[in-house]
Design a protein around this ligand. Structure first.
Ligand code: ZN
Length: 209
């Protein structure tokens, strides 16, 4: 049983962008089916730790769509973008124009520039570097993410991705909201691949409806 009890009474943690986009994160043991129950149109990704993005700017039919070999989606269509993780950083983006984005940012994708690629595409579509609201979901924190057990080197997914955000957007006109959750520190709430070698994942989503 989860230590906090929160997961049992509230399987989804929720936020909202200032433009009205619903944001949610599933807590264990919630599945994609429960997390997206009642949502007519869901865009997911066959996440491969790439820097490939998909642009959904044409009407999307109801149902679940899985985009191959892709780690980020942007859309201006009525749909929910869902990201699966279990230590990697889910980044959900809302813009005042109605465009939304969802990024699966692990170490490989981050190093390959997935967040820069996504924001570059959004800037091209919206025509502006301002007006973005960016949510950082649960991920493994820098203290828990040791990438070299001999040299004790750590990797900071949040710092690296905030650096990419600031390289693309006007820092003074961008809002970054950090959930602050670590999947390993708060393993009672979230799945963590490194902590428990699980194949189960948490889901994070943003909707434009
Ligand atoms: Zn941690």
């Amino acid at each position: 049983m989860p230590e906090s009890g929160l997961a049992l009474s509230n399987p989804l943690l929720t936020w909202q962008s200032p433009f009205g986009h619903p944001i949610w994160v599933s807590t264990r043991p919630t599945s994609i089916e429960i997390a997206t129950e009642g949502l007519p149109t869901v865009i997911r990704m066959d996440q491969t730790h790439s820097a490939n993005i998909h642009i959904a700017d044409q009407p999307v039919l109801p149902g679940h769509h899985v985009i191959n070999n892709t780690d980020a989606v942007i859309s201006n269509q009525p749909a929910t973008i869902a990201v699966k993780t279990a230590d990697c950083l889910p980044i959900l983006i809302a813009h005042s124009s109605g465009w939304i984005g969802g990024i699966h940012a692990g170490r490989a994708g981050t190093t390959a520039g997935i967040t820069i690629n996504t924001l570059s595409a959004l800037i091209q579509k919206t025509g502006t570097q301002t007006g973005y609201w960016i949510f950082l979901g649960p991920r493994i924190c820098v203290a828990c993410y040791e990438i070299d057990p001999i040299a004790h080197t750590h990797y900071d997914l949040v710092e690296e991705n905030i650096s990419q955000i600031n390289s693309c957007l006007d820092k003074n006109k961008t809002t970054i909201v950090d959930s602050g959750y670590c999947t390993a520190c708060q393993n009672d709430l979230f799945f963590s691949y490194r902590k428990e070698k699980t194949t189960q994942r948490i889901w994070s989503g943003i909707g434009h409806h």
